[in-house]
Design a protein around this ligand. Structure first.
Ligand code: ATP
Length: 235
């Protein structure tokens, strides 16, 4: 198992936000974390990358325990977290933003290969490589944010609501991009409110409800359950 989260509890002030979340992400898979606003999806990702400290529980990555490590150490293990909202450098060009994503990669030839790979798979970024990031459309900015994370050659990519605020057409484009990332061997843990997108790209789904896992399983199995479809997936 590439990532294992075991009985994770997170508290903000007096409020328990995660109440014993456990989940597993197999190497090479796409796993989706679904759930209503405030269910604790983003908090789960933040705990994995060390941005919040759990009150108890364990997080294991590639056979090593990582909870309690600094975010910088966790990044250096090959985990990249694309946060909600875009966090690009608005006055830097597309190319400069991409290069920032590779700051930990020492091998210049590897950086060049990652860049060529991104330009081949996402040609719109190549066309716009000299344009300032702030002048891209919302969907293009989201694409750039994901591509920037890929420049670090991650093993595990955590995506927090990549479809947020995008038109249906751009949501489909982001779906294609996630499939493409997956085909290139990167493992993905995806937080989404857009159930259609999540079900479309994920092999396995976890549904969070007020800080606990309410349902989980292979996407195709969950889709067969009328109860899960109605109660949690809004279908
Ligand atoms: P959304 O889809 O709306 O982003 P989510 O499932 O990702 O929701 P979280 O962002 O993990 O949910 O938040 C879970 C709960 O924790 C919410 O009730 C939220 O208000 C609360 N929360 C999040 N961050 C903090 C914080 N820094 N301080 C206090 N409470 C917080």
């Amino acid at each position: 198992m590439l990532l294992e989260v075991k009985d994770l509890w997170v508290r903000y002030g007096g409020a328990e936000v995660l109440k014993g979340v456990s989940l597993e992400v197999e190497e090479g898979s796409v796993v989706s974390l679904l759930g209503a606003n405030g269910a604790g999806k983003s908090t789960t990702l933040r705990a994995i990358t060390g941005l919040v400290v759990p009150s108890s529980g364990e997080i294991w990555f590639d056979g090593e325990r990582i909870d309690g490590e600094s975010p910088a150490r966790i990044v250096s293990r090959g985990i990249r977290h694309v946060l909600e909202g875009r966090g690009l450098f608005p006055y830097m060009s597309v190319l400069e933003n991409l290069k920032v994503g590779a700051y930990l990669v020492k091998d210049k030839a590897q950086v060049q290969r990652a860049l060529e790979d991104i330009f081949t798979h996402f040609p719109v970024l190549k066309e716009r490589r000299n344009q300032q990031a702030r002048t891209l459309s919302g969907g293009e900015q989201q694409m750039l944010t994901i591509a920037r994370a890929l420049m670090g050659c991650p093993r595990l990519l955590l995506l927090d609501e990549p479809s947020l605020g995008l038109s249906p057409m751009m949501v489909r484009e982001i779906g294609k991009m996630i499939r493409n990332v997956h085909e290139r061997g990167v493992t993905v843990l995806l937080v989404e409110q857009n159930t259609r997108l999540a079900l479309d790209v994920a092999d396995t789904c976890y549904v969070l409800e007020t800080g606990s896992v309410a349902a989980c399983g292979l996407t195709r199995e969950l889709m067969k359950s009328d109860l899960v479809r109605r109660a949690y997936l809004g279908l």
